[in-house]
Design a protein around this ligand. Structure first.
Ligand code: ADP
Ligand code: MG
Length: 210
């Protein structure tokens, strides 16, 4: 379960996120919908412990992300906005690296990596350098990095940007298949990309939830 309580993020006097609160239960796919600049990515960076809120708190499966970041982060697979870094790694090297960062047990790494690569349809490009992949494939690599190790909470920031329609459908079908024992939070600025997938949509604009 994710609990967000009165979270605000200020940059100087500007509130990128303005006193938002919500809860997400296991088994739900939730959309975070809003135009560019609404505060979606900032919210996701706070939920995943990459930035500290100015005020408020975030509880991930009972762990406060500010006080128990290691335990909270272990539950989360995060696909940040944009394409993955580490362009000089192959797909397999990157996903392995993400598995190691997440603390997947050594003896489980190979199987976890193979599974994530299979789930994101990357088998054919396992050994290709990320820099040589198309935008859509790079997005899949980023998603594989989020899925590796089978995290309970999956947070995806604009995952469908730059991906063709049939790939979007493939990914949606996969998320629906795995959703029952997970929490999946997806940010998008395009309602039609997520409306059929999500159990609920949280609308955000100017840092606030409507
Ligand atoms: P979204 O993901 O919904 O497009 P963001 O969370 O990226 O929105 O940004 C929300 C607002 O916060 C924007 O106006 C953005 O310019 C501002 N912002 C984001 N990060 C910073 C930062 N590091 N410093 C100053 N302003 C920022
Ligand atoms: Mg964003």
């Amino acid at each position: 379960m994710i609990t967000v309580k009165n979270v605000t993020k200020k940059y100087g006097k500007f509130k990128a996120v303005d006193n938002i609160s919500f809860e997400i239960n296991d088994g739900e796919i939730i959309g975070l919908l809003g135009p560019n600049g609404a505060g979606k990515s900032t919210t996701m960076n706070i939920l995943t412990g990459f930035i500290e809120p100015t005020e408020g708190e975030v509880i991930i499966n009972g762990y406060n992300i500010s006080k128990k970041p290691k335990k909270a982060k272990k539950c989360i697979g995060y696909m940040p906005e944009g394409v993955p870094l580490y362009k000089d790694m192959t797909v397999k090297e990157f996903v392995t690296y993400m598995a190691e960062l997440k603390g997947v047990k050594k003896e489980q790494i190979k199987e976890s990596v193979d599974q994530a690569i299979q789930d994101t349809w990357l088998q054919n490009v396992r050994k290709v350098l990320i820099r040589n992949l198309s935008k859509g494939y790079k997005q899949r690599v980023s998603m594989a990095g989020a899925l590796v190790g089978n995290p309970e909470i999956i947070i995806l920031d604009e995952p469908f940007n730059g991906i063709d329609k049939s790939s979007i459908q493939q990914i949606k079908d996969y998320l629906l298949k795995i959703k029952s024992d997970k929490i999946i939070l997806i940010a998008s600025h395009i309602e039609s990309d997520i409306s059929d997938l999500c159990d609920e949509i949280i609308e955000m604009d100017l840092g606030k939830i409507n």
